[in-house]
Design a protein around this ligand. Structure first.
Ligand SMILES: NC(=O)c1ccc[n+]([C@@H]2O[C@H](COP(=O)([O-])OP(=O)(O)OC[C@H]3O[C@@H](n4cnc5c(N)ncnc54)[C@H](OP(=O)(O)O)[C@@H]3O)[C@@H](O)[C@H]2O)c1
Length: 333
């Protein structure tokens, strides 16, 4: 029997949140409520019920979370730092059983999380959830594949439009990376578990899963296949990941967030063994893919989707994603 029947989600119209909300609705096993600052905003997946909340008035959060079994937080990294803690405190007051904190990528327990300044945010949410007597589940997908490939050179290193790439080290370090659709399926599969299975396998744990285990070289080869281009059509540069990270994080520490993604991505590509990157989950953990019945996806099909939709993948904030100017407020006090 499904234990976490009533689901609340923050960010149901957001990038990853809409995939999660849709997958939960389609499973026909949950009621799905969106907690949102604007319940009339368009883009809510069919079957999701919206409730307006005001982060300045925590009683609205507690009221919206009454009767909810699990709270899923997918919140923009530009949201103020204390927003997530307000949600977790409200969830505890309302009797919520589990919280899925904001994270959706990397592993809070890895030293790279602290070095890229996101560790306290990720681990802090897990600790607060546990301290308030609820269980947490973190979905550790690695970087989002299509988004990161389209995201210009600060992300996976590619500029598809310009046909250029900067390869970190020799470009052969592999990492795990996932699609949004796979993330939605992973969340739905875990939330379909009964109470005992949740407690035994997922409570206060990372769920490591993946769509692809690839290096930048593999991504480039995929791009060559789907665009019908040759290596000679591309400008290929190299930069040691350690140097790239050191330069970028120094810029971030001055308060200039334009280098934030450059720091983040280069650090999680640090080679930890021959060809094995810091975010190569499958080198150190058992992936949950098989246990959760996640499908094998097609790398070239997703690469082609990225090539065909790069502008919309990059421009979800109405401006090119590589021109970040606003601070990542979730990680700065
Ligand atoms: N693995 C990866 O490659 C990767 C990449 C990017 C991000 N991420 C992670 O995924 C998380 C979610 O990212 P996303 O792109 O899905 O988020 P998003 O679409 O930018 O935003 C999700 C929701 O956050 C809410 N929000 C925005 N600004 C807010 C504010 N000032 N105060 C309160 N709520 C606010 C909005 O909900 P309402 O308008 O409905 O209130 C919005 O729909 C990030 O924080 C990050 O941890 C992972």
């Amino acid at each position: 029997m499904v234990f976490l029947k009533n689901v609340a989600i923050v960010g149901a119209t957001g990038t990853v949140g809409k995939f999660i909300a849709s997958e939960l609705v389609h499973s026909n096993q949950h009621t799905v409520t969106a907690l949102t600052r604007d319940a009339t905003a368009p883009g809510l997946p069919t079957g999701v019920h919206a409730v307006a909340v005001d982060y300045a008035d925590p009683s609205t959060l507690v009221a919206a979370l009454q009767g909810i079994d699990v709270l899923i937080i997918t919140m923009a990294s530009t949201a103020p730092r204390d927003t997530q803690a307000k949600l977790i405190e409200a969830a505890a007051s309302a009797g919520v059983k589990y919280v899925v904190p904001n994270g959706w990528g990397v592993d809070a327990s890895h030293p790279a999380a602290a070095e890229t300044l996101i560790g306290p945010l990720l681990a802090g949410a897990q600790e607060l959830t546990e301290a308030r007597g609820m269980g947490w589940i973190t979905f550790t997908s690695g970087f989002w594949y299509e988004f990161s490939l389209a995201g210009k050179r600060n992300w996976f290193g590619f500029d598809i439009e310009e046909r250029s790439v900067v390869l970190f080290d020799d470009g052969r370090t592999k990492v795990n990376t996932s699609t949004w659709a796979q993330t939605g399926r992973a969340v739905a599969a875990v939330l379909a578990q009964d109470e005992a299975a949740l407690a035994a396998k997922y409570r206060n744990k990372n769920v490591y899963f993946s769509s692809f285990y690839v290096s930048q070289r593999d991504m480039l080869d995929s791009l060559l296949r789907v665009t019908g281009t040759q290596e000679s059509d591309w400008k290929i540069e190299y930069e040691p990941s350690a140097e790239r990270f050191a330069k970028a994080i120094a810029i971030v520490k001055t308060g200039d967030f334009s280098a934030f993604e450059r720091a983040l991505y280069s650090r999680w590509f640090f080679p930890e063994a021959e060809g094995v990157g810091a975010s190569a989950w499958q080198a150190h953990h058992t992936l949950a893919n098989e246990e959760l019945g996640l499908p094998q996806e097609d790398l070239d099909e997703r690469t082609k989707y990225t090539v065909d939709h790069q502008k919309e993948l990059m421009g979800k904030y109405g401006r090119p994603r590589h021109e970040r100017t606003e601070p990542v407020r979730s990680i700065v006090p």
